[in-house]
Design a protein around this ligand. Structure first.
Ligand code: 26W
Length: 822
């Protein structure tokens, strides 16, 4: 018995070697002489998956049979990153697998690099969902993540002539060994049509939704294994297809072409991820995507619950459903529909269950990101839900009108329906009303939520509100991406920190130790050399690994102020031009990030950065003192290579605009010091690492408000600051664009006469902070000390801490350890 178990799923080098060969032969029908790199990647992945599977089965059995509450995370995005290396680390067999692969004549790293990452997310929100899945499993919390299996994830970015061009992300083209297709697990989802009302034999008022389109959602499961535990949770992503019966009917009626067209319409729903970050589009397909995955997921949960023989009334005891922003907020109306129309509950009972089930996380304060659906469009796609939302709102408005009698402004603001030239549905209001808990993602963000976008909701139900500061998983963002730093840290304080990040505190006492400082900076240097090689390969640009690596990586957005950084680069360049022998700290300024394809200004900013790079990098006067890099196609894979090499982390958003940020945490945990504003989680990072280890600049959120109220005049900043004026004039006059004055016209105008994000107001303060950075960097020992202290004090920003807080304060769930039986 034990022998068989070992042969199939043993963790020794021998067992792994045999498993890889077996997979190559029996699963893929290949032998070493003809096997390709991808064949080997597949074989290793299947071998690893086999080892995860028995843990997965044990986990599912343990908590779906038992009486444990399960966390259901609803998210339109999961930015998972490559699986193989992560699973090897979480299983604890990285070394053994490396050895096994070596003995088969291949290199593990070479196979790991072959994986195409699943880019099923845009940025922060999607990556947070992935970190949370890792922490839920590691903390042994029963959880299911639900989402969409987009056939095409976030587009791939290429840079041509300095501009961004997009290419489709065909991530499934070589197959996906990590998912298991579950054809038998599928649900029907209705769209469009109309609703019939009738009274049944018992005199009960009933509704019958007659759709004009029915789509089938098929489950694809990916195991999410925790670190150093058996717990393996499920990420269940839905793919849309045409239901067999439906096209069959059309086919029989002679409508072959119609049947084929229907099939395409159905499959389109999970075809592609919307590449917009913080910008609402209001497209029908997007609403269809949201409803599609939420409906499948709720039907699935109800099925699981009822199969266990439990009462429908106890649904909320079995599942707590977290809404990752408002994208799945339609779930509130959908659960009501299912409880009323399918399970025949009374309104009050259904509403009671619904509002005990959902909790809502808000991820943004930007007004343009708030989801609103044109009411007419909404009614065409989801006629029954429109009725339900009207009824939810009618009952709510009855109460609110009494409570806030005469305060029309407040009543209108709380309404689920917005009035104007066109009526619309406010998803944040639906989420807030339908949830028992509402949270922001950093302390400042939560405070601003209570004061601004959700003010009226806070005044109505203050007890629902709490803060849950974001976190990131140290497994992927330290152990996996920075094995050298991991080894150095573990050598000093043991490996406990990987599961209990507060233990990093143990590094504090070595912060001034000369030998440790040297080892610390050696690791950093090694990482910078690696990244330099990548930059040389990818961009044919030579950068100096001894220079200060100044890293600004995130989605391109005006509020994130990549332009402010670009102005600093120009200012440094002008100092060199003005005084060619100037003694300055050499810098490599590294940018990376995608712009939403329709976001003109963000694309122009990319062009600005690449154009500055072209001038600066090729100017012989500059010598090796300044380099500008735009690293293309920023994704999880590339982020893992960039973070470890950073000396300086740019977190320079306009105060009050970045909800939290999570790249700030990843960079800091890899030893980068932060230059930043008092925005999002920067505030808490600074509190933790100590103000003396953080380069602060700029207006705070209150001052930003004040400047705006008093009438902001960017032009006066331009006029009064010669360095700023010179930089902007150069951009405007075509200094960086072959004297073409059109290229950056809209950008410069927007900065000088509008400047929504107060770039000009913060310019001088930023330059001063950057000068302080450079001065500090000259003192290598001081820098090392700050960097060590910085890492030592970052324990709070583990996603394990975030998830613990959610578990204790919102979900009320406890760990359920999974034991393996042989
Ligand atoms: C509907 C268009 C759209 C798409 C995505 C609007 C808004 C979004 C997301 C909410 C944007 C997002 O990713 N927000 C980021 O969430 C992170 C995780 O909480 C935070 O760290 C970032 O500060 C926040 O910008």
């Amino acid at each position: 018995n034990i022998l068989i178990e070992d042969a199939r799923t043993g963790l020794s080098v021998e067992a792994l070697k045999r498993a890889i060969s077996n997979n190559l032969f029996y699963v893929q029908g290949k032998f070493p002489e003809i096997a390709t790199r991808n064949d080997y990647y597949m074989a290793v992945s299947y071998a690893v998956r086999d080892r995860i599977l028995k843990r997965w089965v044990a986990s599912v059995k343990q908590y779906l049979d038992g009486k444990h509450r399960v966390v259901s995370y609803l998210s339109a995005e999961y930015l998972l990153g490559p699986h193989l290396a992560n699973n090897l680390i979480n299983l604890g067999i990285y070394k053994e697998t490396g050895q096994a692969v070596k003995e088969l004549g291949k290199e593990l790293e070479w196979l790991i690099d072959k994986e195409i990452e699943p880019g099923l997310g845009n940025g922060g929100l999607g990556r947070l969902a992935a970190c949370y899945m890792d922490s839920l499993a590691t903390l042994e919390v029963p959880a299911i993540g639900y989402g969409i299996r987009y056939q095409f994830g976030i587009f791939e970015q290429d840079i041509r002539d300095g501009w961004q061009v997009e290419d489709t992300d065909n991530w499934l083209r070589r197959g996906n060994p990590w998912e298991i297709e579950r054809r038998e697990l599928n649900y029907e989802v209705k769209f469009g049509g109309h609703v019939q009302h009738y009274t049944d034999n018992n005199g009960k008022f009933c509704s019958n939704w007659i759709p004009d389109l029915v789509v089938k959602g098929v489950a694809y499961d990916t195991p999410i294994l925790g670190y150093d535990v058996n717990t393996t949770n499920t990420l269940r992503l839905w793919k849309s297809e045409a239901p067999k019966s439906f096209d069959f009917q059309l086919f029989n009626a002679g409508g072959y072409n119609d049947a084929v067209r229907q099939k395409i319409v159905c499959e389109n729903i999970s075809k592609v991820l919307y590449p917009n970050d913080e910008q609402e589009e209001g497209k029908i397909l997007r609403l269809q995507q949201q409803y599609f995955f939420v409906s499948c997921s709720l039907q699935d949960m109800l099925g699981i619950h009822l199969r266990q023989g439990d009462k429908i009334q106890d649904f909320y005891k079995k599942f707590v459903v977290q809404l990752n922003d408002t994208h799945p907020a339609i779930g509130v109306a959908e659960l009501m529909r299912l409880l009323l129309d399918k399970y025949q509950l009374e309104w009050e009972e259904a509403w009671d269950i619904t509002t005990k089930t959902f909790a809502y996380t808000n991820h943004t304060l930007l007004p343009e990101a708030l989801e609103k659906w044109d009411l007419e469009l909404f009614g065409r796609v989801l006629p029954r839900h429109l009725e339900l939302i009207y009824e939810i709102n009618r009952r709510f408005m009855d109460k609110v009108t009494v409570k806030f009698y005469g305060d029309h402004h407040k009543i209108a603001s709380l309404s689920l329906i917005g009035e104007g030239p066109k009526k619309y549905i406010k998803m944040a209001n639906l989420a807030s009303l339908g949830s028992f808990a509402i949270n922001g993602v950093a302390a400042l963000h939560t405070e601003l939520l209570k004061k601004t976008v959700l003010k009226d909701w806070y005044e109505l139900s203050p007890e629902k509100f709490s803060n849950k500061t974001n976190g990131v998983t140290p497994r992927r963002w330290m152990v996996l991406s920075n094995p050298e730093l991991t080894a150095l840290i573990s050598d000093k304080i043991g490996e406990g920190w990987i599961k209990n990040l507060d233990e990093l505190r143990g590094l504090e006492k070595f912060a001034q130790d000369q030998d440790f400082q040297k080892a610390w900076m050696d690791v950093k240097h090694q990482q910078k050399v690696s990244l330099s090689k990548k930059i040389l390969q990818r961009l044919r640009l030579r950068v100096d690994a001894d220079s200060l690596f100044d890293v600004h990586v995130k989605r391109m957005h005006e509020y994130k102020r990549q332009v402010l950084n670009a102005l600093h680069v120009i200012t440094l360049y002008n100092r060199i031009k003005h005084n060619p022998d100037i003694d300055m700290v050499p810098r490599t300024v590294i940018f990376a990030g995608k712009a939403a394809p329709g976001y003109k200004m963000a694309k122009q900013i990319i062009k600005l950065i690449t154009s500055i790079g072209e001038i600066v990098n090729n100017d012989p006067d500059v010598r090796d003192r300044l380099k500008v890099v735009f690293y293309p196609n920023y994704n999880v894979t590339n982020a893992q290579k960039i973070y470890p090499a950073a000396d300086l982390s740019e977190q320079i958003s306009t105060a009050g605009k970045e909800a939290s940020g999570t790249g700030n945490m990843k960079l800091s945990l890899n030893g980068a010091l932060t230059i930043g504003t008092l925005d999002g989680a920067n505030v808490e990072i600074r509190e933790c690492v100590g103000e003396e280890n953080f380069f602060l600049f700029g207006l705070n959120a209150d001052e930003v408000e004040e400047v705006r109220v008093n009438g902001y005049d960017p032009y006066s900043y331009y006029n009064d600051n010669p360095d700023l004026k010179l930089a902007l004039d150069q951009i405007n006059d075509g200094y960086f664009s072959h004297l073409n004055t059109d290229t950056f016209k809209t950008l410069v105008r927007s900065l000088m006469f509008d400047d929504q994000y107060l770039v000009l107001a913060d310019y001088q303060s930023y330059i001063d902070a950057q000068d302080k950075v450079a001065e500090t960097f000259r003192d290598k020992s001081k820098w090392a000390e700050m960097s060590i202290l910085n890492v030592a004090r970052m324990g709070k920003f583990s996603s394990d801490r975030s998830i613990k807080d959610y578990c204790d304060e919102i979900w009320k769930v406890k760990p359920v350890p999974v034991k393996l039986k042989n």
